[in-house]
Design a protein around this ligand. Sequence first.
Ligand code: ADP
Ligand code: GN1
Ligand code: MG
Length: 367
Amino acid sequence: MESGKLLESAKEAALHFAISDELGMPKPWGNGHINDTFLIEGEKRYILQRMNKNIFTKPLELMENIVGVTSFLKEKIIKAGGDEMRETLTVIPAKDGASTYQDEQGDYWRMYYMIEDAVSYDQVESEQDFYESAVAFGNFQQLLSDYPAETLHETIPGFHDTRARYQVFCRAVEEDVCGRAKDVADEIRFFQEREAIAGVLGDLQASGELPLRVTHNDTKLNNIMMDKETGKGVCVIDLDTVMPGLAVHDFGDSIRFGANTAAEDEQDLSKVNFDIHLFELYTKGFLKGCQGSLTKTEIAMMPMGAKVMTYECGMRFLTDYLQGDTYFKVHREGHNLDRCRTQKKLVEDMEANWQEMEQIVKKCSEN
Ligand code: ADP
Ligand code: GN1
Ligand code: MG
Protein backbone atom coordinates (compact mmCIF):
# COMPACT_ATOMS: atom_id res chain seq x y z
CA MET A 1 0.00 0.00 0.00
CA GLU A 2 1.19 3.49 -0.80
CA SER A 3 2.53 5.23 2.34
CA GLY A 4 0.01 8.14 2.39
CA LYS A 5 -2.88 5.69 2.29
CA LEU A 6 -1.30 3.55 4.97
CA LEU A 7 -0.96 6.60 7.24
CA GLU A 8 -4.62 7.43 6.66
CA SER A 9 -5.58 3.84 7.52
CA ALA A 10 -3.46 4.05 10.67
CA LYS A 11 -5.14 7.31 11.68
CA GLU A 12 -8.55 5.77 11.17
CA ALA A 13 -7.63 2.54 12.96
CA ALA A 14 -6.37 4.45 16.01
CA LEU A 15 -9.86 5.85 16.61
CA HIS A 16 -11.16 2.36 17.31
CA PHE A 17 -9.10 1.75 20.43
CA ALA A 18 -10.30 2.27 23.98
CA ILE A 19 -8.56 5.57 24.67
CA SER A 20 -10.24 8.92 24.98
CA ASP A 21 -7.36 11.33 24.20
CA GLU A 22 -7.24 13.43 21.12
CA LEU A 23 -4.68 11.78 18.90
CA GLY A 24 -2.08 13.31 16.62
CA MET A 25 -1.03 12.01 13.23
CA PRO A 26 0.61 8.56 13.31
CA LYS A 27 4.35 8.49 12.53
CA PRO A 28 6.08 5.42 11.04
CA TRP A 29 8.25 4.03 13.82
CA GLY A 30 11.14 1.62 14.34
CA ASN A 31 12.95 -0.72 12.00
CA GLY A 32 11.05 -3.99 12.25
CA HIS A 33 11.01 -6.20 9.16
CA ILE A 34 7.52 -7.60 9.63
CA ASN A 35 4.71 -5.36 10.92
CA ASP A 36 3.85 -1.73 10.11
CA THR A 37 4.55 0.19 13.29
CA PHE A 38 3.44 3.74 14.15
CA LEU A 39 3.89 6.08 17.07
CA ILE A 40 0.80 8.09 18.01
CA GLU A 41 0.81 10.91 20.50
CA GLY A 42 -2.13 11.91 22.67
CA GLU A 43 -1.97 12.58 26.41
CA LYS A 44 0.21 9.49 26.43
CA ARG A 45 2.18 7.93 23.59
CA TYR A 46 1.00 4.78 21.90
CA ILE A 47 2.39 2.20 19.51
CA LEU A 48 -0.07 1.18 16.81
CA GLN A 49 0.72 -1.79 14.58
CA ARG A 50 -0.82 -3.18 11.46
CA MET A 51 -0.12 -6.86 11.83
CA ASN A 52 1.39 -8.57 8.81
CA LYS A 53 -1.49 -10.66 7.54
CA ASN A 54 0.56 -12.66 5.02
CA ILE A 55 2.82 -13.90 7.78
CA PHE A 56 0.42 -14.06 10.70
CA THR A 57 -2.57 -15.83 9.27
CA LYS A 58 -4.29 -16.31 12.63
CA PRO A 59 -4.05 -12.87 14.28
CA LEU A 60 -6.59 -13.65 16.98
CA GLU A 61 -4.68 -16.72 18.15
CA LEU A 62 -1.51 -14.65 18.07
CA MET A 63 -3.10 -11.98 20.26
CA GLU A 64 -4.34 -14.66 22.63
CA ASN A 65 -0.69 -15.68 23.08
CA ILE A 66 0.39 -12.09 23.69
CA VAL A 67 -2.40 -11.30 26.14
CA GLY A 68 -1.70 -14.58 27.97
CA VAL A 69 2.05 -14.05 28.20
CA THR A 70 1.88 -10.37 29.16
CA SER A 71 -0.79 -11.01 31.83
CA PHE A 72 1.35 -13.80 33.26
CA LEU A 73 4.44 -11.56 33.27
CA LYS A 74 2.52 -8.70 34.87
CA GLU A 75 1.63 -10.87 37.87
CA LYS A 76 5.27 -11.84 38.35
CA ILE A 77 6.48 -8.26 37.90
CA ILE A 78 4.01 -7.00 40.52
CA LYS A 79 5.07 -9.72 42.98
CA ALA A 80 8.69 -8.69 42.48
CA GLY A 81 7.77 -5.06 43.21
CA GLY A 82 8.36 -3.94 39.61
CA ASP A 83 6.40 -1.65 37.29
CA GLU A 84 4.07 -3.87 35.30
CA MET A 85 3.18 -1.08 32.87
CA ARG A 86 6.78 -0.69 31.84
CA GLU A 87 8.44 -4.06 32.22
CA THR A 88 6.14 -5.82 29.79
CA LEU A 89 3.84 -4.76 26.96
CA THR A 90 0.26 -3.66 27.72
CA VAL A 91 -2.31 -4.42 25.04
CA ILE A 92 -4.87 -1.60 24.73
CA PRO A 93 -8.16 -3.19 23.69
CA ALA A 94 -10.35 -1.95 20.88
CA LYS A 95 -13.51 -0.08 21.86
CA ASP A 96 -15.52 -3.29 21.52
CA GLY A 97 -13.19 -5.02 24.01
CA ALA A 98 -11.39 -7.16 21.44
CA SER A 99 -7.58 -7.28 21.39
CA THR A 100 -7.46 -6.02 17.79
CA TYR A 101 -9.42 -3.82 15.41
CA GLN A 102 -10.11 -5.17 11.95
CA ASP A 103 -10.44 -2.50 9.27
CA GLU A 104 -12.45 -2.51 6.07
CA GLN A 105 -9.56 -3.98 4.08
CA GLY A 106 -9.51 -6.91 6.48
CA ASP A 107 -6.26 -5.80 8.15
CA TYR A 108 -5.79 -6.33 11.87
CA TRP A 109 -4.44 -3.52 14.05
CA ARG A 110 -3.31 -3.58 17.67
CA MET A 111 -2.21 -0.94 20.13
CA TYR A 112 0.25 -0.90 23.03
CA TYR A 113 1.40 1.78 25.43
CA MET A 114 4.74 3.10 24.34
CA ILE A 115 7.52 2.05 26.70
CA GLU A 116 8.81 5.48 27.70
CA ASP A 117 12.33 6.60 28.59
CA ALA A 118 13.71 3.59 26.84
CA VAL A 119 15.36 2.96 23.50
CA SER A 120 15.80 0.03 21.15
CA TYR A 121 19.08 -0.26 19.27
CA ASP A 122 19.58 -1.49 15.71
CA GLN A 123 23.23 -2.16 16.42
CA VAL A 124 25.33 -2.48 19.56
CA GLU A 125 26.43 0.97 20.69
CA SER A 126 27.88 0.09 24.05
CA GLU A 127 29.17 -3.19 25.40
CA GLN A 128 27.31 -2.68 28.64
CA ASP A 129 23.99 -2.37 26.79
CA PHE A 130 24.62 -5.62 24.98
CA TYR A 131 25.46 -7.37 28.24
CA GLU A 132 22.30 -6.00 29.85
CA SER A 133 20.17 -7.09 26.90
CA ALA A 134 21.52 -10.61 27.42
CA VAL A 135 20.57 -10.59 31.10
CA ALA A 136 17.07 -9.40 30.17
CA PHE A 137 16.51 -11.98 27.41
CA GLY A 138 17.81 -14.76 29.68
CA ASN A 139 15.56 -13.51 32.44
CA PHE A 140 12.56 -13.37 30.08
CA GLN A 141 12.99 -17.06 29.39
CA GLN A 142 13.43 -17.76 33.07
CA LEU A 143 10.23 -15.84 33.95
CA LEU A 144 8.29 -17.90 31.41
CA SER A 145 9.72 -21.23 32.57
CA ASP A 146 6.45 -22.12 34.35
CA TYR A 147 4.14 -20.70 31.68
CA PRO A 148 1.64 -23.34 30.47
CA ALA A 149 3.28 -24.03 27.11
CA GLU A 150 0.38 -26.18 25.90
CA THR A 151 -1.86 -23.09 25.82
CA LEU A 152 0.34 -21.31 23.29
CA HIS A 153 -0.64 -21.31 19.62
CA GLU A 154 2.12 -21.93 17.12
CA THR A 155 1.95 -18.56 15.34
CA ILE A 156 4.39 -19.55 12.59
CA PRO A 157 4.60 -23.33 12.29
CA GLY A 158 8.17 -24.64 12.17
CA PHE A 159 9.56 -21.15 12.78
CA HIS A 160 13.02 -22.41 13.74
CA ASP A 161 12.80 -25.80 12.08
CA THR A 162 16.02 -25.17 10.19
CA ARG A 163 15.78 -28.42 8.28
CA ALA A 164 12.32 -27.50 6.96
CA ARG A 165 13.68 -24.04 6.11
CA TYR A 166 16.45 -25.74 4.14
CA GLN A 167 13.84 -27.64 2.09
CA VAL A 168 11.97 -24.41 1.34
CA PHE A 169 15.26 -22.80 0.32
CA CYS A 170 16.12 -25.66 -2.08
CA ARG A 171 12.65 -25.42 -3.61
CA ALA A 172 13.10 -21.68 -4.10
CA VAL A 173 16.42 -22.37 -5.88
CA GLU A 174 14.78 -24.92 -8.18
CA GLU A 175 11.73 -22.81 -8.93
CA ASP A 176 13.79 -19.64 -9.36
CA VAL A 177 10.65 -17.60 -10.00
CA CYS A 178 12.54 -14.33 -10.51
CA GLY A 179 15.44 -15.77 -12.52
CA ARG A 180 17.87 -14.58 -9.82
CA ALA A 181 19.55 -17.90 -8.97
CA LYS A 182 22.24 -17.63 -11.66
CA ASP A 183 23.61 -14.45 -10.07
CA VAL A 184 23.86 -15.86 -6.57
CA ALA A 185 25.46 -19.24 -7.25
CA ASP A 186 28.16 -18.68 -4.58
CA GLU A 187 25.61 -17.88 -1.92
CA ILE A 188 23.43 -20.86 -2.87
CA ARG A 189 26.43 -23.19 -2.77
CA PHE A 190 27.46 -21.83 0.63
CA PHE A 191 24.18 -22.83 2.27
CA GLN A 192 23.92 -26.13 0.42
CA GLU A 193 27.47 -27.19 1.35
CA ARG A 194 26.54 -26.66 4.97
CA GLU A 195 23.25 -28.58 4.94
CA ALA A 196 24.40 -30.59 7.97
CA ILE A 197 24.11 -27.46 10.15
CA ALA A 198 20.35 -27.47 9.53
CA GLY A 199 19.79 -30.76 11.31
CA VAL A 200 21.89 -30.50 14.46
CA LEU A 201 19.54 -28.79 16.91
CA GLY A 202 16.36 -30.44 15.63
CA ASP A 203 17.96 -33.86 16.13
CA LEU A 204 18.98 -33.03 19.70
CA GLN A 205 15.46 -31.83 20.40
CA ALA A 206 13.91 -34.96 18.86
CA SER A 207 16.14 -37.21 20.98
CA GLY A 208 15.18 -35.31 24.13
CA GLU A 209 18.71 -33.98 24.69
CA LEU A 210 17.54 -30.39 24.29
CA PRO A 211 14.33 -29.49 26.18
CA LEU A 212 11.51 -27.47 24.67
CA ARG A 213 10.90 -24.28 26.64
CA VAL A 214 8.73 -21.22 26.16
CA THR A 215 11.06 -18.96 24.21
CA HIS A 216 10.89 -15.61 22.43
CA ASN A 217 12.31 -16.80 19.11
CA ASP A 218 13.19 -13.35 17.74
CA THR A 219 15.71 -11.98 20.20
CA LYS A 220 17.40 -9.30 18.18
CA LEU A 221 18.59 -6.22 19.96
CA ASN A 222 15.84 -3.98 18.58
CA ASN A 223 13.26 -6.27 20.17
CA ILE A 224 14.20 -5.11 23.66
CA MET A 225 13.73 -1.67 25.18
CA MET A 226 16.76 -0.47 27.14
CA ASP A 227 16.21 2.02 29.95
CA LYS A 228 17.75 5.38 28.97
CA GLU A 229 18.74 6.11 32.55
CA THR A 230 19.98 2.81 33.97
CA GLY A 231 21.05 1.10 30.73
CA LYS A 232 19.23 -2.07 31.84
CA GLY A 233 16.94 -4.09 29.58
CA VAL A 234 13.53 -2.89 30.75
CA CYS A 235 11.04 -4.59 28.45
CA VAL A 236 11.20 -7.44 25.95
CA ILE A 237 8.91 -6.55 23.02
CA ASP A 238 7.85 -8.10 19.69
CA LEU A 239 6.12 -11.07 21.26
CA ASP A 240 4.63 -12.40 17.99
CA THR A 241 6.78 -15.50 18.03
CA VAL A 242 6.69 -16.47 21.71
CA MET A 243 6.22 -20.22 21.35
CA PRO A 244 7.78 -23.43 22.56
CA GLY A 245 11.37 -23.46 21.28
CA LEU A 246 14.99 -23.98 22.24
CA ALA A 247 16.92 -21.78 24.66
CA VAL A 248 19.88 -21.82 22.29
CA HIS A 249 17.72 -20.34 19.51
CA ASP A 250 17.16 -17.25 21.65
CA PHE A 251 20.81 -17.09 22.62
CA GLY A 252 21.94 -17.63 19.03
CA ASP A 253 19.63 -15.10 17.41
CA SER A 254 20.92 -12.36 19.68
CA ILE A 255 24.48 -13.26 18.79
CA ARG A 256 23.85 -13.26 15.05
CA PHE A 257 22.41 -9.76 15.25
CA GLY A 258 24.39 -8.16 18.06
CA ALA A 259 27.88 -9.68 17.84
CA ASN A 260 28.21 -8.29 14.33
CA THR A 261 30.56 -5.30 14.02
CA ALA A 262 28.27 -3.84 11.35
CA ALA A 263 24.57 -3.59 10.54
CA GLU A 264 22.59 -6.62 9.44
CA ASP A 265 22.32 -5.14 5.95
CA GLU A 266 25.83 -3.65 5.60
CA GLN A 267 26.96 -3.78 1.96
CA ASP A 268 30.67 -3.41 2.66
CA LEU A 269 31.55 -6.87 3.92
CA SER A 270 34.98 -5.74 5.10
CA LYS A 271 33.10 -4.05 7.95
CA VAL A 272 31.18 -7.20 8.87
CA ASN A 273 32.98 -9.28 11.48
CA PHE A 274 31.95 -11.61 14.24
CA ASP A 275 33.06 -9.94 17.47
CA ILE A 276 34.23 -12.66 19.84
CA HIS A 277 34.44 -10.24 22.73
CA LEU A 278 30.76 -9.35 22.33
CA PHE A 279 30.04 -13.07 22.12
CA GLU A 280 31.70 -13.53 25.50
CA LEU A 281 29.83 -10.63 27.08
CA TYR A 282 26.47 -11.86 25.81
CA THR A 283 27.25 -15.40 26.98
CA LYS A 284 27.95 -14.12 30.50
CA GLY A 285 24.80 -12.00 30.55
CA PHE A 286 22.52 -14.70 29.17
CA LEU A 287 23.79 -17.30 31.64
CA LYS A 288 23.23 -14.81 34.44
CA GLY A 289 19.68 -14.06 33.27
CA CYS A 290 18.84 -17.78 32.99
CA GLN A 291 19.83 -18.19 36.66
CA GLY A 292 21.26 -21.68 36.41
CA SER A 293 18.26 -23.13 34.60
CA LEU A 294 20.08 -24.29 31.47
CA THR A 295 21.11 -27.94 31.19
CA LYS A 296 24.69 -29.01 30.42
CA THR A 297 23.73 -29.83 26.84
CA GLU A 298 22.02 -26.47 26.36
CA ILE A 299 25.16 -24.72 27.57
CA ALA A 300 27.40 -26.87 25.39
CA MET A 301 25.21 -26.05 22.40
CA MET A 302 25.36 -22.27 22.77
CA PRO A 303 28.01 -21.81 20.06
CA MET A 304 25.97 -24.10 17.83
CA GLY A 305 22.86 -22.01 18.55
CA ALA A 306 24.74 -18.95 17.29
CA LYS A 307 25.92 -20.68 14.13
CA VAL A 308 22.57 -22.33 13.34
CA MET A 309 20.57 -19.14 13.81
CA THR A 310 22.97 -17.16 11.63
CA TYR A 311 22.94 -19.86 8.98
CA GLU A 312 19.14 -20.10 9.14
CA CYS A 313 18.59 -16.36 8.93
CA GLY A 314 21.02 -15.98 6.02
CA MET A 315 19.22 -18.77 4.22
CA ARG A 316 15.83 -17.15 4.90
CA PHE A 317 17.07 -13.85 3.44
CA LEU A 318 18.37 -15.67 0.36
CA THR A 319 15.13 -17.63 0.00
CA ASP A 320 13.16 -14.39 0.13
CA TYR A 321 15.49 -12.81 -2.44
CA LEU A 322 14.93 -15.78 -4.77
CA GLN A 323 11.17 -15.66 -4.21
CA GLY A 324 10.95 -11.95 -5.04
CA ASP A 325 11.14 -10.29 -1.59
CA THR A 326 7.71 -11.19 -0.34
CA TYR A 327 8.47 -11.83 3.35
CA PHE A 328 10.92 -9.30 4.84
CA LYS A 329 10.37 -5.60 4.22
CA VAL A 330 12.97 -4.32 1.76
CA HIS A 331 14.01 -0.71 1.22
CA ARG A 332 16.32 -1.06 -1.78
CA GLU A 333 17.09 -3.42 -4.60
CA GLY A 334 19.08 -6.42 -3.44
CA HIS A 335 18.35 -5.66 0.23
CA ASN A 336 17.69 -9.28 1.15
CA LEU A 337 20.80 -10.36 -0.74
CA ASP A 338 22.89 -7.85 1.22
CA ARG A 339 21.41 -9.23 4.44
CA CYS A 340 22.13 -12.79 3.32
CA ARG A 341 25.76 -11.90 2.64
CA THR A 342 26.34 -10.44 6.10
CA GLN A 343 24.99 -13.62 7.68
CA LYS A 344 27.18 -15.75 5.40
CA LYS A 345 30.23 -13.73 6.44
CA LEU A 346 29.34 -14.17 10.12
CA VAL A 347 28.96 -17.95 9.73
CA GLU A 348 32.41 -18.05 8.12
CA ASP A 349 33.85 -16.03 11.00
CA MET A 350 32.22 -18.32 13.55
CA GLU A 351 33.69 -21.35 11.80
CA ALA A 352 37.12 -19.74 12.02
CA ASN A 353 36.63 -18.96 15.73
CA TRP A 354 34.86 -22.18 16.69
CA GLN A 355 37.30 -23.49 19.32
CA GLU A 356 37.51 -20.14 21.01
CA MET A 357 33.71 -19.88 21.11
CA GLU A 358 33.51 -23.28 22.79
CA GLN A 359 36.21 -22.35 25.29
CA ILE A 360 34.47 -19.09 26.15
CA VAL A 361 31.17 -20.84 26.86
CA LYS A 362 32.95 -23.43 28.98
CA LYS A 363 34.81 -20.76 30.94
CA CYS A 364 31.70 -18.61 31.48
CA SER A 365 29.60 -21.56 32.64
CA GLU A 366 32.22 -22.62 35.21
CA ASN A 367 32.37 -19.22 36.86
P1 ADP B 1 8.36 -6.04 13.93
O1 ADP B 1 7.70 -7.36 14.17
O2 ADP B 1 8.04 -5.46 12.62
O3 ADP B 1 9.83 -6.14 14.20
P2 ADP B 1 8.15 -4.72 16.54
O4 ADP B 1 7.03 -5.15 17.42
O5 ADP B 1 9.49 -5.26 16.86
O6 ADP B 1 7.74 -5.05 15.02
O7 ADP B 1 8.19 -3.13 16.53
C1 ADP B 1 9.09 -2.42 15.69
C2 ADP B 1 9.87 -1.42 16.52
O8 ADP B 1 8.95 -0.48 17.13
C3 ADP B 1 10.68 -2.00 17.68
O9 ADP B 1 11.96 -2.41 17.26
C4 ADP B 1 10.73 -0.81 18.65
O10 ADP B 1 11.75 0.09 18.29
C5 ADP B 1 9.38 -0.10 18.43
N1 ADP B 1 8.36 -0.54 19.42
C6 ADP B 1 7.46 -1.55 19.29
N2 ADP B 1 6.67 -1.65 20.36
C7 ADP B 1 7.05 -0.67 21.22
C8 ADP B 1 6.59 -0.20 22.51
N3 ADP B 1 5.55 -0.75 23.14
N4 ADP B 1 7.23 0.86 23.07
C9 ADP B 1 8.27 1.46 22.43
N5 ADP B 1 8.72 1.08 21.22
C10 ADP B 1 8.13 0.04 20.60
C1 GN1 C 1 12.30 -10.45 11.63
O1 GN1 C 1 10.15 -8.85 13.29
P1 GN1 C 1 11.61 -8.53 13.36
O2 GN1 C 1 12.05 -7.50 12.38
O3 GN1 C 1 11.97 -8.22 14.79
C2 GN1 C 1 11.96 -11.93 11.70
C3 GN1 C 1 13.06 -12.68 12.44
C4 GN1 C 1 14.40 -12.46 11.74
C5 GN1 C 1 14.67 -10.96 11.66
C6 GN1 C 1 15.91 -10.66 10.88
C7 GN1 C 1 8.44 -13.00 12.56
O4 GN1 C 1 12.34 -9.92 12.94
O5 GN1 C 1 12.78 -14.06 12.46
O6 GN1 C 1 15.44 -13.09 12.45
O7 GN1 C 1 13.55 -10.28 11.02
N1 GN1 C 1 10.68 -12.11 12.37
C8 GN1 C 1 9.74 -12.92 11.84
O8 GN1 C 1 16.29 -9.35 11.12
O9 GN1 C 1 9.93 -13.59 10.82
MG1 MG D 1 10.86 -6.50 15.91
